[in-house]
Design a protein around this ligand. Sequence first.
Ligand code: GAP
Length: 602
Amino acid sequence: MVESKVNDLMERIVALCKRRGFIFQSSEIYGGINGFWDYGPLGAELKRNIKEAWWQAMTRARDDVAGLEATIIMHPKIWEASGHATTFADPMTDCLLTKKRFRADQIDPQSGDVYHFAGAKDATPAGVGKQCDDPYAVLIATGKHPEYARKIARQFYQQRGIAQPELLGERTEKVVNSTRYNPENGSLLTEPRQFNLMFKTYVGPVESAENLAWLRPETAQAIFAQFKNVLEVSRQKVPFGICQIGKAFRNEINPRNFTFRSREFEQMELEFFIRPDEAVEAICGHVAKSAGPGHPGQPQPDWGWQIWHQYWVEERLRFYESIGLPRASLVEYWQKPEELAHYARATVDILYKFPFSKRDEKGELTGEELEGIAARSDFDLSQHQRFSGKGMGVYDEELKLAWPKLAEAKKAELSNRYFEARLKYLGKTGESAADAERLARADAANLAKGNYVPHVIEPSAGVDRLALALLCNAYCEDQAPDEKGKLESRVVMRFHPRTAPVKVAVFPLLKNKPALVAKALEVRDLLRPHMTVFYDEAGAIGRRYRRQDEAGTPFGVTIDFETLGEQGAELKDTVTLRDRDTMKQQRVKMNELLPILSERIR
Ligand code: GAP
């Protein structure tokens, strides 16, 4: 698809979101605020359904995951321990002409001719002697008229008080794949600077350094901070997980692609704690090897981090399929070693092929991240242990009992491996070499007694990105017959019934027939305690169907004269059930409606 068609499709999706009340610009009446979005009536239901489905799959349907709901503002030390206070930054650069801000790492490389200028002097009689010596440069495509570069440069010097700039010291240079110029106008950009993405606030009335706090940029850290409490109260044993859904805030330099990169958004995160491989090997005698790609099946005691990681990637892919994202719309992207965080052993990003995703050389959409599934070693809990001074390790009875039974050579091998891993971590924390070695030895000695800091697998997803993926996936334009059977175009949102904001719409055929209205209200009240129902009596029935097609309502129930028994006793208390996608209508008994619909929306 060519670029303009892609943009056109996104524009139509964005327009539908506003028109039908999925998503509005935040603070719209004041001109909006960049990077913030509100969810209208349908959007709020969609998001709620996404979160419900995730919560159901990740904790309620499992014995080994417990839930948590923590605060957005936490002790600032949390962000020192996690590394966010120092390293959660993006490189930022500004256009020297328009002041537009870019993420330096997101600028597409450009090649061409750079026109450098040493400065400019004022050519007006009033400006004699006036000069600006700021160097400046403009990149233009090879072959483009140099006057374009000079025009941009004059605008730059005009902004610096030179009314009629006469450019000085012009020279040219060829560049290849440079990211130092504004792709929109060729102007030189400022040197990239690191910009911390966390929003600051102050706790209490005094805006002082000691009262400084941050809005959380991810929900994960609260899970680590509460690890010991949850472990204690939930009576879980490693391997087990803690999950949380909640708001996160990032002062993104360049919010873009509708809600895809927002400044306020929601995350759904699981931290799944596992034994270090050395403990698995001590207990089971070996660490299971992956049998190849695909789902590895039910969790087993001999799984090490690799199979647990594979398991969670596959579980998450299954989840996306279960709510209506076809496997073909998803991409499993394995981060390359140079892309991994220093503590991560592997990270898989699940990408969705959004209409605005880039295309590869074959013209295929490459996808944008919906979720990251990272094997994060024992980094997070170890960091909180160091910064808080509170033990984050667990005691594992099985390990304690297994260790003395190991052959001496095996004990030495496992101890040594564990020591090396801990030393690698401690060596990066700023401890002196001697202290790191002493602490790592103590950790290895503790392993032999059944103690270790759990490792973690982290599937981390965004609610808003998933909502946007579901909206893009559902959007469809097709033809449907109007009342007279003439085909007309319709927009239909083909949501999976599980995530559809409204499950069923109930329509009396005519609103001025009290018996029809009464029956329709009876049907609405019958269904309402079990699912989201929309009652609509306004307008021609075809129009009402169209409205629900656009809202993505999978089922419509119409109450007509047959329902009242006016066309024969055998049809009394039957209704028509219309399917959004096939547009087929089926006559069903009113008392069978609830079981039929409950089954279809499950
Ligand atoms: N705890 C790990 C973590 O936060 P991340 O990749 O930075 O990892 C996880 O974020 C997920 O959160 C992303 O895959 C994405 O779905 C969502 N997310 C991150 N930044 C976002 C933003 N600015 N707007 C919307 N969603 C975002």
